[in-house]
Write a protein that binds this ligand. Structure first.
Ligand SMILES: Cc1ncc(COP(=O)(O)O)c(C=O)c1O
Length: 473
């Protein structure tokens, strides 16, 4: 069976024999990521997505869905962009592969120059990776070596926030704040410490009462407290997402990042803005730190950089951090064979060209309030506790009791999210994420090209499925 023979035209189902054969092969050989294999082992089959066009995807039965998560916070410009495919084809023909290990190639050079141009402050040096977790891993290693080179060799620890996800390599996992994703791999890289996140809806449970602005100061001050607990001369970096994904899109309260920047400067701790999700237009700017008004020392990014047409990640570093690496025999002994791949870099450049030509950033800024308003209309449903986020990145927190904010216990959450919501939303034509790594949330991060008509469509599907979910309680 070849790909040409299995992929049908838009909206047309795979023939039954092909579908059955693919399901069997998946059952026999495919190991899904972050998923229970038991569904496949039991022979339930797996949804097979065969095609994408704009903000829609199609499954093997020819059924059409709104891609409400841009694949996985990736497909900024939507599916089926011929120019991106063409950029990849052209580059593969010209130079399919060469590493960045002591050599360079034009597309990586051009892309580094372009990213340095977009990045704020003196973040002018770009180190490519193949994805987000590698960028995070690279940033921690860089922070450690930077301090060894600058006479503070004990600085190696990192601080991050509860429930935050920063990737799966054992360093990045030590930065991740989700115990259930870590315990089976312990012991991890030592040196990861957690502080509270910025979920204002749950602030009281963290022991805080007061205004949003005060909460921002309180949450930032927890970082200072952790630095002091651990000893400033042992802490290398703070890793924060501009808007925290895991737990359901926590925006920073006003003043939060200004205070964090102040703290990091005071104790000579690097501020890493983990923008693996938030960069490249998701929050309405190329880098979300620009939208939120702070300048980090390092940005980690991936996902939307190529709109997913080829894998790529990038760590962007300030001149100050780069400085000690410029001299003599010093090197950052770190890298990845496929990092800055010529094809991926060519796709990224074309992706950024299209973003500029189509005014994608302005489009997100203009339409984000309309998206928020559409989702906030759902607050009339008893099961919807909170709606939060920024740009084209929103979370809807589900609650058992709206008055008391009582959440679901593990069994209820299992029944609600896995037993009902994920499948019901998908069946109703909306691919998005129902997540309970923190309190149960539905997350939306659609392609950046959609507008009010699609927001209404998304709201209608959510309304119908969440109403049904509420009736099940
Ligand atoms: C904030 C953040 N950091 C790191 C990662 C890891 O990226 P990857 O899956 O490309 O390794 C993710 C993935 O979703 C992420 O959201």
């Amino acid at each position: 069976m070849t790909i040409d023979t299995v992929i049908p035209a838009e909206g047309v189902a795979l023939d039954r024999a092909t579908e059955a054969e693919l399901q069997q092969k998946a059952k026999d050989h495919l190991w899904m990521h972050f998923a229970r294999q038991s569904g496949m082992e039991a022979g339930n089959g797996v949804p097979i997505i065969v095609r994408g066009e704009g903000h829609h995807i199609y499954d093997s039965h020819g059924k059409k869905y709104i891609d409400g998560l841009s694949g996985l916070f990736v497909v900024q410009l939507g599916h089926g962009r011929e120019r991106l495919a063409e950029a990849a084809r052209k580059q593969a023909e010209e130079l399919a592969f060469f590493p960045l290990w002591s050599y360079a190639h034009p597309t990586a050079i051009e892309l580094a120059d372009r990213l340095a141009d977009y990045a704020p402050g003196d973040l002018n040096r770009v180190f490519f990776t193949t994805g987000g977790g590698e960028a995070v891993e690279s940033a921690w290693k860089l922070a450690k070596q930077y301090f060894k080179l600058t006479g503070k060799p004990m600085k190696h620890k990192v601080i991050s926030r509860a429930i935050a996800y920063h990737g799966t390599p054992q360093g990045a996992l030590a930065i991740t704040g989700i115990p259930g994703m870590k315990e089976m791999f312990e012991p991890l890289t030592p040196g990861g410490f957690r502080v509270p996140n910025t979920n204002y809806y749950r602030a009281e449970e963290m022991g805080f009462t007061g205004s949003l602005e005060e909460f921002g100061q309180w949450a930032a001050n927890r970082i200072e407290e952790a630095i002091l607990f651990e000893g400033p001369d042992t802490v290398a970096a703070v890793f924060l997402e501009p808007v925290q994904n895991s737990g359901g899109c926590f925006p920073p309260p006003p003043g939060y990042f200004a205070r964090v920047r102040e703290i990091c400067d005071k104790y000579d701790v690097l501020l890493v803005s983990d923008e693996v999700i938030c960069a490249y237009g998701r929050i309405g700017e190329m880098f979300a730190c620009t939208a939120l008004g702070y300048v980090p020392d390092i940005i980690t990014s991936a996902k939307g950089l190529t709109s997913g047409y080829s894998p790529l990640g990038a760590m962007i570093v300030s001149d100050r951090i780069y400085e000690p690496f410029k001299h003599g025999q010093t090197a950052f002994y770190h890298g990845y064979t496929f990092a800055g791949h010529p094809v991926s870099a060519a796709v990224a450049l074309e992706n950024l060209n299209i973003m500029e030509e189509e005014g994608i950033l302005a489009h997100v800024r203009e339409n984000s309030p309309k998206f928020r308003a559409a989702l906030e209309r759902l607050k009339d449903l008893p099961i919807v506790g909170d709606v939060r986020g920024e740009g084209y990145f929103f979370g809807i927190e589900l609650v058992k009791n709206k008055e008391t904010k009582e959440t679901f216990n593990a069994d209820e959450s299992e029944r609600l999210l896995r037993g009902f919501l994920s499948k019901a939303l998908f069946d109703a034509g909306l691919y998005c994420r129902a997540d309970d790594r923190g309190d149960p949330v539905i997350q939306l991060a659609p392609p950046l090209t959609i507008g009010p008509a699609e927001f209404d469509e998304i709201e209608a599907i959510l309304r119908s499925v969440l109403t049904e979910a509420g009736n099940l309680l």
